[in-house]
Design a protein around this ligand. Structure first.
Ligand code: IP8
Length: 246
């Protein structure tokens, strides 16, 4: 069972608002389709926002900790993410993947301490029934804040833990975690291994910084890989491209 994140920047044109990188998304869909025809049975996909969702969230001043109580703002941000989700599903369907949406806004919430609860009964049942559930960074109900952002990375870590994933993959715009000479670090088993290149471990970025990703992935039981788009197929086929975090 694999939890795969398609990074928002990897499948959209980050410089132009609400613009897909159609070629990148299509090549990701092709790799996913071919792995499902091969050895991969259970796959859960999570995608980020890239040029969708983030600018809407910042226009409304909404972050993972600062929420909104306005339905119009919530619809704007959630709407951008569901638009991207439909594009992702569409490309997967063109390749024959039985992909269906699971919208975190309809299922997850944060308590007053910002702890996320993400039910997975529907994801597990969809997997058992042969579907590929596709979640995405979204808004979530947040006690005392209204609705706040939940990033795809946070969903991946939560899902991997509650579903007992065997492997976790983060398909990114970079070929892995890079060292000071821009070479890919092959393996990270402790944050200290990369602290000098990623910065000190008190950094608190929760939506996308590499330091935050590495720390969250180190805390998982399942091994995780960070790799570029061209390595998606090898990853799904069982090899460990890019950086392995375990
Ligand atoms: O790109 C972004 O998800 P991410 C979600 O995984 C929103 O951080 C609503 C901006």
């Amino acid at each position: 069972m694999i939890v795969l994140k398609l990074g928002g920047s990897a499948i959209t044109d980050k410089d132009r608002p609400e613009t897909l990188d159609g070629d990148a998304l299509d090549s990701a869909a092709a790799a996913i389709a071919s792995s499902l025809e091969g050895d991969v049975d259970d796959l859960v996909i999570v995608h980020g926002g890239g040029s969708f969702g983030h600018h809407n969230a910042s226009e409304h001043g909404v972050t993972t900790s600062e929420g909104t109580h306005e339905a119009a703002a919530a619809m704007d941000i959630h709407g951008a993410m569901t638009t991207l989700n439909r594009f992702v599903l569409g490309r997967l369907h063109e390749r024959g993947v039985q992909a269906v949406p699971v919208h975190p806004f309809s299922t997850a919430h944060r308590d007053a301490d910002a702890d996320l609860t993400l039910p997975t009964g529907q994801v597990e049942t969809l997997l058992e029934e042969g579907f590929v559930p596709v979640l995405h960074g979204d808004l979530v109900a947040h006690a005392g804040e209204g609705a706040t952002v939940v990033s795809g990375d946070e969903l991946v870590v939560d899902l991997a833990r509650s579903l007992g994933a065997d492997r976790v993959g983060l398909c990114s715009t970079v070929p892995g975690v890079l060292d000071a000479d821009d070479a890919v670090v092959e393996r990270i088993s402790a944050y200290e291994d990369v602290e000098s290149v990623l910065g000190d471990s008190d950094a608190t970025d929760v939506t996308g910084g590499m330091a935050a990703k590495v720390r969250a992935l180190l805390a998982l039981e399942a091994p995780a890989s960070i790799f570029g788009l061209e390595e998606l197929e090898p990853f799904l086929d069982g090899s460990n491209p890019g950086t392995t975090i375990e």
